[in-house]
Design a binder for this molecule. Structure first.
Ligand code: NDP
Length: 397
């Protein structure tokens, strides 16, 4: 059906390419390209299918990207490198007239700040070029945004309160590790908290607001209010929302490590001089921390991510909880990657599939909740991320 260029060869990419290889009727050819070609080769050889080729690419180099796109001629470019590459890859796609999909919004390397404005600025250019950009097609953002769209379509006349709850109750056996790229992860969880209420953004100190929440099949876990990127687009696309918040669980050991890392300056993004050369502390830290892509082997337990929603249906107030639980062990057994890579990679492959099938294809730049959620929800059940709905339950929030 179509050719896809996948950029990046980390944990998420491992799952994306694995799923694509299992659907050869949809993904007839996959070119996996990344900064370090040997990592692409390792993924391709583990999967062992003929329809995966590999290449070296510096995705910050737009002319190089254009050359690769022009020679392979993909129908879609799937960006599972880092958020720093988003705009360069979007530029190359625009210049070559090819559609684009990613799982995380742009973040400038020199500032720990992420927002959609940079990518939304491409709307007119993508629309005029007749190509599609699908933004944030992982789990959160991604599935959580689609859960919200599904709830709005089928269960509510108006959504008033949205709480996205993200629990990782897994244990990888390491004293400290991050579940996806350490640099991006630490930048995300150490920033100020922020939530939306009555048309305004309210800021909190990092991890200031927290409470125990009960997660299905897991039990109570301390959950911390943090800012997460899908809140920005969801409150725009569902304007009846009065309050939108995001909660993530952290263990005490993780928070203690994080505090020490910050206190000793290892989370810094400004270059420092070391032995006569400049290094960026957080990039050095990434080099010594466990590779998230390698955590899978001993990872036990599961993730539970979902949306807790309160609103109005037929004039009556109702509550609704939709979630997926994903087992790290099952994810590893299937793909060789842990659950966080799995829950991100499967939705990216589904988004790519819906694009190639022409179901999620329209000119412009879109967040995933702007597409029809139904075909996506159907594929989640088929491709390893089944979801559960609970109606009129205590949301605890
Ligand atoms: P990894 O760090 O494991 O992988 C990133 C890959 O990108 C590496 O292979 C790296 O190359 C490659 N890369 C980095 N810079 C360049 C460049 N300039 N040119 C080409 N390749 C480059 O990250 P993850 O797989 O954990 O995460 C991938 C993405 O998924 C991130 O953007 C992350 O934010 C996002 N994500 C989204 C989630 C969601 O639910 N929406 C959840 C988790 C992650 P090298 O191997 O040489 O370092």
């Amino acid at each position: 059906m179509g050719k896809v260029l996948v950029i990046g060869a980390g944990g998420v990419s491992t799952v994306v390419v694995h799923k694509m290889a299992s659907l050869p009727d949809v993904f007839t050819e996959v070119l996996l390209a990344s900064r370090t070609k040997s990592k692409c080769d390792a993924i391709a050889s583990r999967i062992g299918k003929d329809n995966i080729k590999t290449a070296q690419i510096d995705a910050d180099n737009v002319p190089e990207l254009r050359k690769l796109i022009n020679s392979f001629k993909p129908d879609l470019v799937v960006n599972v490198a880092l958020p720093y590459q988003d705009l360069h890859i979007m530029d190359a796609c625009l210049a070559e007239g090819v559609s684009y999909l990613d799982t995380a919004n742009y973040e400038p390397p020199e500032e720990a700040k992420f927002e959609y404005s940079w990518q939304w600025a491409y709307r007119d250019r993508y629309r005029n070029a007749g190509i599609t950009a699908i933004l944030g097609c992982g789990f959160d953002p991604g599935v959580t945004s689609i859960f919200t769209a599904y709830a709005a379509k089928h269960h509510f006349d108006e959504i008033h309160y949205l709480d996205i709850v993200d629990c990782n109750a897994g244990d990888h056996g390491k004293p400290f590790a991050t579940n996806f790229n350490p640099e991006i992860n630490i930048r995300e969880v150490t920033q100020k908290g922020k939530y939306f209420e009555n048309g305004e953004w309210i800021y909190t100190s990092p991890h200031e607001i927290h409470k125990p929440l009960n997660y299905p099949e897991i039990g109570p876990k301390e959950s911390y209010l943090i800012y997460h990127e899908e809140l920005e687009s969801l409150v725009k696309n569902f304007p009846t929302i009065k309050r939108a918040r995001f909660w993530m669980t952290f263990g005490q050991e993780y928070l203690t490590h994080l505090r020490v890392i910050q206190n000793i300056g290892m989370a810094g993004i400004e270059p420092v001089m070391f032995d006569g050369r400049e290094i960026v502390p957080i990039k050095f830290l990434k080099a010594v921390l466990p590779d998230p892509g390698e955590l899978g082997e001993n990872y036990k337990g599961q993730t539970s991510i979902g949306c807790r929603i309160r609103g109005i249906k037929d004039g009556k107030e109702k509550t609704y909880y939709i979630y997926n639980n994903c087992s790290h062990e099952a994810a590893y057994k299937e793909t060789g990657a842990q659950g966080v890579s799995y829950t991100t990679g499967v939705p990216a492959a589904i988004g790519a599939m819906l694009y190639l099938k022409g179901i999620w294809k329209k000119p412009g730049v879109f967040n995933v909740e702007e597409f029809n959620p139904d075909p996506f929800m159907e594929q989640l059940n088929k491709l390893g991320l089944p979801w559960v709905e609970l109606h009129d339950v205590d949301l605890e929030l």
